[in-house]
Design a protein around this ligand. Structure first.
Ligand SMILES: *[C@@H]1O[C@H](CO)[C@@H](O)[C@H](O)[C@H]1NC(C)=O
Ligand SMILES: *[C@@H]1O[C@H](CO)[C@@H](O)[C@H](O)[C@H]1NC(C)=O
Length: 269
């Protein structure tokens, strides 16, 4: 009797596992098929598509501008500095145009829109990539002045909103897309300062924009990078700035943290 029970149990378990196994196998096969189909989709008529990328002096922006240019897109790359602009031009085709843009300056944005409008003509703008951003000041909340929050929010959030608003008519014309570079810190507020706030903001701005633009055939996406080696994650910059914040703290606040606290904050171990 016991051995009967055991063998029934054995068969049941075996069936369960073989079903589970074929279930997993089927799921993997379906995902692979979807992946292949998705991967085989190609953007067509690339030579008639214009893409604007902000923050192309270095990092993601520079790399993206370079890659889109290689693929044949008409890239308009905005840079903060002449140096960044000439470094990019140095490695790209003559199709790529650079513009100096300060995303916290409405007049600078307006000028850039005018330039882009002339470039794209009736085609409209197929893509806007809001990539420009800054990280510092990052540090304990109590160490911040209001100004420290504003500096980051102005670039990373208000800048993204204003650039998007101004370019939206051109994007609608092309039934294009807006791609906003958020961050994993748009989901987890791991540090104090304006950075996480700004990225949470970018996520919700993008989400409402995505819904609002759907009827117009305009797509809105976000990218949430983790910790990549770009100017934004430069530990030197972040730590120098942390030291600056510490230096300007009143003695009373400093002693409440203790001198070791700053060392523990240090990101380089
Ligand atoms: C452009 O490339 C040349 C040759 O590689 C190099 O000598 C020059 O320094 C580069 N200029 C900039 C601004 O990066
Ligand atoms: C960017 O524009 C803002 C607002 O006009 C200005 O305060 C800031 O100094 C500008 N930044 C640079 C690097 O020119």
């Amino acid at each position: 009797m016991v051995s009967d029970m055991e063998s029934i149990l054995y068969v049941v378990i075996q069936m369960l596992f073989s079903n589970l196994f074929s279930g997993i196998l089927a799921a993997v096969a379906v995902s692979a098929a979807v992946w292949c189909v998705r991967d085989s989709l190609k953007v067509t008529a690339i030579d008639q598509k214009w893409v604007l990328v902000t923050g192309c002096d270095s990092g993601f922006g520079h790399l993206l501008a370079e890659q889109l240019d290689q693929q044949g897109f008409h890239v308009i790359a905005t840079c903060m500095t002449e140096q960044g602009s000439s470094q990019l031009k140095n490695v790209t085709s003559s199709r790529l145009k650079t513009v100096l843009l300060n995303v916290t300056d409405s007049i600078s944005i307006k000028r850039t829109v005018e330039f882009v409008q002339t470039e794209v003509g009736e085609q409209g703008l197929w893509g806007v990539v809001n990539n420009a951003g800054r990280a510092t000041p990052i540090g304990p909340t109590e160490w911040m002045q209001l100004e420290d929050f504003k500096k980051v929010l102005d670039v990373n959030l208000i800048g993204v909103i204003e650039v998007t608003l101004r370019f939206l008519p051109l994007v609608k014309k092309a039934q294009g897309r807006v791609v906003n570079v958020a961050s994993v810190m748009g989901r987890l507020a791991l540090t104090g300062g304006g950075y996480c706030l700004s990225k949470y903001g970018v996520e919700s701005f993008s989400d409402s924009l995505r819904r609002n633009m759907k009827p117009f055939g305009v797509k809105v996406s976000i990218i949430e990078p983790g910790f990549f080696k770009t100017g934004v994650t430069s530990l030197d910059l972040i730590e120098t700035d942390l030291q600056r914040l510490w230096n300007q703290l009143p003695a009373e606040v400093k002693s409440s943290y203790g001198a070791e606290y700053l060392e523990k904050c240090s990101l380089e171990e």
